[in-house]
Structures are given as structure tokens and as C-alpha cells.
Ligand binder design. Structure first.
Ligand SMILES: *[C@@H]1O[C@H](CO)[C@@H](O)[C@H](O)[C@H]1NC(C)=O
Ligand SMILES: [Zn+2]
Length: 435
């Protein structure tokens, strides 16, 4: 027997596990087995930060939520196992609710046995097809009808629609929710996010899995890191107010949001972050895909608009896409609870930070089925055309345990973004002036 085998025999308490929660010493527990992931974190395909967010904690639920090919993954995990929980320790740690976890696990098994994780290929073929069709028609239209402003505007609207829809489609492949094999999901993901959208798959994975692993958890969810341009939730504004931090006049944030949020997120912030990440992390494969987008785009549009015109058109497309993206992606989380780590179980944590928007054909298409954000967060590997099947079961489960399950209209969801920014801003002002 080698060294690994001998070490695999350790018996630990939750207290032992919890003390291994630093970047240079990280343990996690999955199905009562204790793993030392300190070295592995750097090679983890989902990114190193996502593991660190669970360091010293039970990670059974996120593990099964994110990994399709669990037998395959377990081969790697054997080498990392250092022991197991002592028989006297409960299966759940800290603030996790054992009854909720048990019921959620049962729902998982039920969803799986009822085929809710099975993909309908036609759904994704049609989605990809309508994106490519919009791209092709937009180009042919300008070629045929010329570059007058009405045609150009229509072309921009079609391209922005294609880009937004490709954004939702890359999300499906990124979550490994389409093909059975991770490999094919990764390949098509690179194509959709890289070639069709001009972004980086690894950049997206790294950000997005952290968001899913710990949504609305301060210092863990990158989607609520607003670079001090905004303050969110109830605790951050008060904390900033007490510390007299005033990077922006936060009591006006619900107004300047319209100027710096939706218009600038994709054209400025994401562009810069993607390029910076690809270069600093040496994502050369992603860089090639990224360049293939720009080569195709400029090859098609420079002959029609010139270099400056084509660049301006692209920025205008991004500008429109960005509005679409920001309103849809913020509506499910920003108005919900935003707080520091509480180490709750999967269902409780996801429901506190996520709400749904009503189902309709338009809402499904417009939001890429992220109107079922609750189901998406609970079952990130489920093909999105099946969310509506599991939703009633989730709602019933929440009701049983007294966990609020919110569904709103699209307009209500949009306006709640502004309302919640205003109330966070007011909390900040009050603390800034009075505490
Ligand atoms: C955990 O892994 C790190 C890095 O490989 C190693 O230095 C440390 O000794 C390991 N801890 C245990 C208890 O195996
Ligand atoms: Zn997602």
C-alpha cells in the first residue's frame, strides 16, 4: 500500500475539517468522505476559487449539482481522500438543515428517474439555428439593401438579438446540461462563447460557477462584486456607511444605475476583464476562439462600413445586448437577500438568493429560461426545457419547509432591481450620516 492509502484512513470531526479552510490548506467533505484539495484546487476544471468557497465545509450538494459524470470524477477523487467523518458525527455541518437536505435529495432522485435530465436535441438545434440565421440574415440584408441608417439599425437589432440568445445558449453548454459527455459540452461551449460571441469559456466558467456555488454571498459571489460602484443588500450599505466609505453617492445609485449598469457592463467592463483574464491566466485556446470571432466579424463588415464604422456597429450591438443581459441577469438575484457566508444547505441558500419570473413563451425565450432561475440554481445540469416540469415539485418542497418561493411578472422583476438599489442606497446614507 502506498502513502495515499495509509493517509486515507483518517477519522475526523467537523471541527477538524473546519480548521482546514485557508488557501494553502483546504479540506472538503463529500458524502462523509474527507478530501484534501489543497493541490488539486489549481487543476480543478471548474476553477480554483469555487473549491475554496467550500473549504472546511460539506460540499456534497454542490458536488452533485455540478458534476454530470460522477463515476469518472470519483476516479480523481480517490487520490485526494484522506479519511472520513467519525461515525459519531452527523452528515450535515453548521447551519445545514438535515430534513431539507433529505427531501431535496429525494427530489433529485425523482427528477432523474422521471427523465428530467434528458436532453431534447431539437430544442438546442433550433436555438443554435435561429442564432446563426439571425447573423446571416443581418449580413445579407446590409449587403443587399445597402448601409443606410434604417438597414443598419435593423442589422444591429438582429445582431444584438443573436448575441443575447447566444449568451443564453453558451450558458447551457457551460453548465454541461446538453450532452451526456462533459467533453462535447466543452467543445460546443468554446464554439458558442468563443466564435459566436467573442468571449472566453474559461473566464465565464470561473466567474459563473462561483456565482452558482455561493450566490449572493459577499466576498464569494463575483456577480455581486460591484467594484464599489454600488452597494447591495442590507449589510454592505450599513457597513460602508459606518466606515464612511463614499466612493459614489450611493443614495443616488438607483438613478446612475441606468447610466453605468446596463449600458457599460458588456461593452466596457466585460471586454476588458475577458482580455485581461485570458492573457494573465494564459488561456491561449480561448484567445484563438476569441480572435476567430473578430476576424469573422471584421471580414464581413469592414467592406461594408470601413474599420471605424464596423467597430462602432459592434459597440452599438454590445450596448444593446448589454441592456438585455443586465436586466435579465440582475432581476433574479439583486432584490434578494445578500449577506455574508452562513453555511446553509443548498436549497435554503439558493432560495434566499433567487426568485423566478412567470412562465410564458416570450419570457422563456427572452430570458433563456432564466425566468426559472430557482430551478436553474437548484439543478444547474438540467436541460432548460425541463425546468417547468420540476418547478411544481420545488414549490411544494419549499412550502413544506416554510421557505419562501417567489414568482413575479417580468416588469415587477425589472422594477424590483431599481427599488432594491434605492433601499440599499438609503440604508447607506442613513448609516453614513448618523452612525
Ligand atoms: C494536504 O495537501 C497538502 C498539499 O499537497 C499537503 O502539504 C498536506 O500535508 C496535506 N495534508 C494532509 C493532512 O494530508
Ligand atoms: Zn447558470
Amino acid at each position: 500500500c502506498n502513502r495515499g492509502c495509509r493517509m486515507a484512513g483518517g477519522v475526523y470531526t467537523w471541527e477538524d475539517v473546519q480548521s482546514h479552510c485557508t488557501k494553502t490548506d483546504q479540506w472538503v467533505v463529500i458524502n462523509r468522505k474527507v478530501y484534501n484539495v489543497t493541490q488539486w484546487a489549481k487543476r480543478h476544471p471548474g476553477g480554483f476559487r469555487v473549491l475554496y468557497h467550500y473549504a472546511g465545509e460539506d460540499a456534497t450538494e454542490p458536488f452533485s449539482a455540478f458534476h454530470p459524470d460522477q463515476k469518472f470524477v470519483q476516479k480523481y477523487m480517490k487520490a485526494l481522500q484522506i479519511g472520513e467523518l467519525a461515525a459519531t458525527e452527523p452528515s450535515q455541518d453548521r447551519n445545514k438543515n438535515a430534513a431539507v437536505m433529505k427531501d431535496f435529495q429525494d427530489l433529485y432522485v425523482k427528477a432523474e428517474s422521471q427523465g428530467m435530465f434528458r436532453t431534447r436535441p431539437l430544442f438546442f438545434i433550433l436555438h443554435l439555428g435561429h442564432i446563426i440565421l439571425l447573423e446571416v440574415l443581418a449580413l445579407l440584408m446590409v449587403r443587399y439593401f445597402g448601409t443606410n441608417w434604417i438597414v443598419t439599425l435593423l442589422c444591429a437589432v438582429m445582431l444584438a438579438t443573436a448575441q443575447s440568445q447566444a449568451g443564453w445558449l453558451q450558458h447551457d453548454f457551460g453548465h454541461l446540461s446538453v450532452f451526456k459527455k462533459s467533453y462535447w459540452n466543452h467543445v460546443v461551449h468554446k464554439f458558442v462563447i468563443g466564435h459566436i460571441k467573442g468571449a472566453s469559456a474559461n473566464w465565464w466558467n470561473h466567474r459563473h460557477f462561483q456565482h452558482h456555488a455561493k450566490p449572493n454571498v459577499v466576498l464569494k459571489d463575483p456577480d455581486i462584486n460591484m467594484l464599489n460602484l454600488f452597494v447591495l443588500g442590507d449589510s454592505q450599505p450599513v457597513e460602508y456607511g459606518i466606515k464612511k466609505i463614499k466612493n459614489m453617492p450611493y443614495n443616488h445609485q438607483h438613478k446612475y444605475f441606468f447610466l453605468v449598469g446596463p449600458p457599460l457592463l458588456i461593452p466596457i467592463f466585460f471586454h476588458l476583464q475577458i482580455i485581461q483574464t485570458m492573457i494573465s491566466r494564459r488561456y491561449w485556446v480561448d484567445l484563438v476562439w476569441f480572435m476567430s470571432f473578430y476576424i469573422r466579424y471584421f471580414y464581413c463588415y469592414v467592406p461594408l462600413y470601413g474599420v471605424i464604422g464596423a467597430t462602432a456597429l459592434l459597440f452599438f450591438v454590445r450596448f444593446m445586448e448589454s441592456h438585455w443581459f443586465v436586466w435579465v441577469t440582475q432581476m433574479n438575484h439583486i432584490p434578494m437577500e445578500i449577506d455574508y457566508e452562513k453555511h446553509q444547505d443548498w436549497l435554503t441558500m439558493q432560495l434566499q438568493s433567487t426568485c423566478n419570473v412567470e412562465q410564458s413563451f416570450f419570457n422563456d425565450w427572452f430570458s433563456g429560461h432564466l425566468n426559472f432561475q430557482i430551478e436553474h440554481h437548484l439543478f444547474p445540469r438540467m436541460p432548460r426545457h425541463n425546468y417547468y416540469l420540476v418547478a411544481p415539485h420545488v414549490e411544494a418542497l419549499c412550502k413544506k419547509h416554510g421557505i419562501p418561493y417567489q414568482t413575479k411578472t417580468l416588469w415587477q422583476a425589472f422594477s424590483d432591481i431599481v427599488t432594491s438599489l434605492k433601499s440599499s442606497g438609503d440604508l447607506w446614507l442613513d448609516a453614513y450620516l448618523n452612525k
